[in-house]
Design a binder for this molecule. Structure first.
Ligand SMILES: [Zn+2]
Length: 247
């Protein structure tokens, strides 16, 4: 599904648009001209559908240079190893905090043990270990063809969560994973590394970004005036309240 001149939705689960496995997060494709990139990988249960969606848009897999990961929950990183195998030369890009958890498929650190207990994943679902080729520092810029993708640390929903901004055609894009959702909502979970204060600070740090295109990891996205979702969350915080949860 083409969202914009440079951005496509190539994976999305049952709670979203339903174009890959039911448990997948949104998976975005960025077209930087000479190079392409993906944002997030899904669970790995819908990789064939994701690859098919990419091909159906006329893109050769060989042009995809990077896979950017927002955080280490299985619905975002579970497909990383399979995508890296399927796409020649694909570089996996993720936060320095947590890179080792993906390399070693640490299901406890990635929250998958709790996710299984909570019934979100089958008991026999396994996180596949995947190399991380680029470990991101806060503010690091990675070029995808003509585009500059900037990583910003945004912990709170989980440790090692980052968001990515991109400027193009006078517009600011925000790929925000599970750091914030449509309507200023958030997702707090009873897992080891969910940290409310860090989460609220991460949202405050997005104030003033001037986001036009708001592209979260689940649910509805916005192709214009995306900053309103950030300001809505900050509005709750200014009233000494926690922004509402999506569940
Ligand atoms: Zn998550």
């Amino acid at each position: 599904m083409q969202l914009d001149d440079e951005v496509y939705l190539v994976g999305s689960g049952g709670a979203g648009i339903g174009i890959s496995h039911a448990s997948d997060c949104h998976i975005y494709l960025i077209d930087g001209g000479s190079e392409l990139a993906l944002v997030d990988a899904g669970t790995g249960l819908g990789v064939n559908a994701i690859l098919e969606n990419i091909r159906n848009h006329g893109f050769a897999l060989e042009r995809i240079r990077y896979l950017f990961l927002t955080h280490f929950h299985a619905d975002h990183v579970g497909g990383a190893a399979q995508l890296r195998e399927a796409i020649p030369g694909l570089q996996v890009v993720a936060s320095k905090v947590g890179a080792e958890w993906l390399r070693t498929a640490d299901e406890a650190k990635c929250g998958l043990d709790m996710g299984k207990k909570g019934g979100y994943y089958e008991a026999d679902y396994r996180l596949k270990p995947c190399p991380v080729d680029v470990e991101l520092a806060d503010g690091q810029i990675v070029h995808v063809g003509d585009l500059r993708i900037k990583s910003l640390d945004a912990p709170g929903h989980s440790s090692g969560h980052v968001v990515f901004t991109m400027e193009d055609g006078g517009k600011t894009y925000l790929f925000c994973g599970d750091a914030l959702f449509f309507g200023g909502k958030i997702l707090l979970q009873s897992i080891w590394d969910c940290d409310l204060q860090a989460h609220l600070k991460s949202i405050r740090d997005l104030s003033g970004l001037g986001v036009d295109v708001f592209l979260p990891g689940h649910g509805c996205f916005s192709l214009s005036d995306g900053q309103r979702h950030i300001e809505e969350a900050i509005g709750w915080m200014e009233r000494c309240l926690v922004p509402p949860s999506i569940f």
